[in-house]
Design a protein around this ligand. Structure first.
Ligand SMILES: Nc1ncnc2c1ncn2[C@@H]1O[C@H](COP(=O)(O)OP(=O)(O)O)[C@@H](O)[C@H]1O
Ligand SMILES: O=C(O)C1=C[C@@H](OP(=O)(O)O)[C@@H](O)[C@H](O)C1
Ligand SMILES: [Mg+2]
Length: 165
């Protein structure tokens, strides 16, 4: 959360001339309500089920850039589906992440003490993100445009890019 996946993903898709999809938006379309309302009305487990289905469908049907919600890769089935894809990890430090998410509006997992929650999530998840990524980009103090440009250059250097997409 606050790494810039949604923002940078959209810019990257425009740079590459491909379509953009965000898993949170796909979940919202399925549920007919915002992520925050799904958490409140139905609970996190219901959100994760919708997320797993939305990511699986997107990986099957969508051919452009897919931005994931930060918790999507906690699901082992989702991690397995991502194998062979050009997964990009946007690295963000605690300080920049907290600045970017502000009070955490629209991000239910940050309710309460935003800084403590962001720290906990970064600590728990960073090893998973590092394990999945084919490309890692530091985002602290950098503009989304700069980050998107570095990813585009990194994709160009990946071997067998078209076959493995
Ligand atoms: N590199 C960046 N530098 C500064 N602000 C950023 C950067 N990337 C994203 N942001 C801002 O941070 C907030 C969260 O970005 P978002 O793309 O929603 O992140 P994520 O999808 O990873 O949670 C947005 O307000 C966005 O404009
Ligand atoms: O980290 C998480 O578990 C979540 C991240 C959010 O997406 P972003 O990472 O795009 O903010 C969204 O999927 C939901 O609030 C849960
Ligand atoms: Mg996002």
């Amino acid at each position: 959360m606050g790494a810039g996946k949604t923002t940078v993903g959209r810019l990257l898709a425009a740079t590459l001339g491909v379509t953009f999809l965000d898993s949170d938006h796909a979940v919202e379309a399925r549920a007919g309500k915002p992520v925050q309302e799904i958490f409140v009305d139905d609970g996190e487990a219901a959100f994760r089920t919708l997320e797993r289905e939305a990511v699986a469908a997107a990986l099957d049907e969508h051919d452009g850039v897919l931005a994931l919600g930060g918790g999507a890769v906690l699901d082992p089935a989702t991690r397995a589906l991502l194998e062979g894809h050009a997964v990009v990890f946007l690295r963000v430090g605690l300080s920049d992440a907290v600045k970017r998410v502000g009070l955490g509006a629209g991000r239910p997992l940050l309710l309460g003490n935003v800084r403590a929650r962001v720290k906990q999530l970064l600590d728990e998840r960073t090893p998973i993100y590092e394990g999945l990524a084919r490309i890692s980009v530091d985002t602290d103090g950098r503009s989304p445009q700069d980050v998107a440009a570095e990813i585009a250059a990194g994709l160009d250097r990946l071997p067998h890019r078209t076959e493995e997409r």
